[in-house]
Design a protein around this ligand. Structure first.
Ligand SMILES: [Zn+2]
Ligand SMILES: [Zn+2]
Length: 274
């Protein structure tokens, strides 16, 4: 099983990252993609992916295969600017080319819900990063919140080879065009919430061979683990199983099939060594 999108570099994992990684492995997660929100976090994601690529002391046990992405999240789009006379594309390109552990550009996109950066700044950061993904032949991990039309227009303009719309909460009629264009949808624990009928409708309609699963940990714990003793829990990659279960139930197919196909999808999408 693959957690195709989580944030291992998040400070919430700082004190027990190795435990979290081993916990995921014990839950059957054999690949993890750790996603960056800033260029600095991208460096940390690469470090994590490299650090945990070796075997554990016990030679019979391995860490899951961890891979990294680098990109600037729309929340941080104001950081996408010249620093010390250097264009941000130069820094991003050098990080993307710095390690075989880097498998995608992301997360990049538009977020008009929080609007932490003005629209035009978000759009420019998104376009330039998507263009670079295309140029380097890398897939793009897209974040889009309350900004689907502009997201789609920028994607159509740029025509990247591979895109995944991560944490998809959209109605099928709005995202069908992404599927028709050969792109992917990725679902999080939000799909497991009682109110998420629209998302489950999208899951039902979307072909399984264009679906990926993710936790977006430490955020968005699935329903079964959402509240413990009245406090909000931290999500972790081991919980990706809950999303696989939700897809299986929603589509009326076996968990084994969901695991097999979504794993295959992610291996192909990110070009991971299988
Ligand atoms: Zn996101
Ligand atoms: Zn994320």
């Amino acid at each position: 099983m693959i957690d195709s999108h989580c944030h291992l570099a998040d400070k919430q994992f700082l004190h027990d990252l190795e435990e979290i990684i081993i916990h995921a492995r014990d839950a059957g997660v054999d690949h993890i993609i750790t996603i960056a929100d800033t260029l600095e976090e991208g460096e940390r994601c690469i470090e994590i992916a490299m650090k945990y690529s070796s075997r554990l002391h016990d030679a019979t046990k391995k860490y899951p295969n961890i891979f990294a992405t680098v990109g600037v999240h729309p929340h941080n789009a104001t950081q996408w600017r010249m620093t010390n006379g250097q264009a941000p594309t130069i820094k991003l390109r050098s990080l993307l080319e710095s390690s075989t552990k880097v498998v995608a550009v992301g997360e990049i996109g538009l977020d008009y819900h929080y609007m932490n950066s003005p629209k035009v700044i978000q759009q420019n950061a998104f376009k330039e990063q998507l263009q670079l993904a295309k140029e380097l032949g890398l897939p793009a991990v897209i974040h889009s919140r309350e900004a689907l039309e502009d997201t789609w227009n920028i994607i159509r303009e740029t025509c990247p080879e591979k895109c995944v719309l991560h944490c998809c909460t959209e109605q099928w009629k709005n995202v069908k065009r992404f599927i028709d264009a050969g792109y992917f949808l990725s679902f999080t624990g939000i799909a497991t919430y009682p109110k998420s009928d629209e998302i489950r409708h999208t899951i039902r309609e979307c072909p399984l061979n264009q679906i990926m699963i993710e936790t977006d940990a430490p955020y968005l714990p699935p329903e079964a683990l959402r509240v413990q003793k009245g406090t909000r829990v931290r999500n972790e990659p081991a919980n990706v199983l809950e999303i696989a279960k939700c897809i299986a139930e929603t589509k009326g197919i076996s968990l084994e099939e969901v695991d097999r196909i979504t794993t295959r999808n992610a291996i192909k999408f990110f070009t991971l060594p299988s």
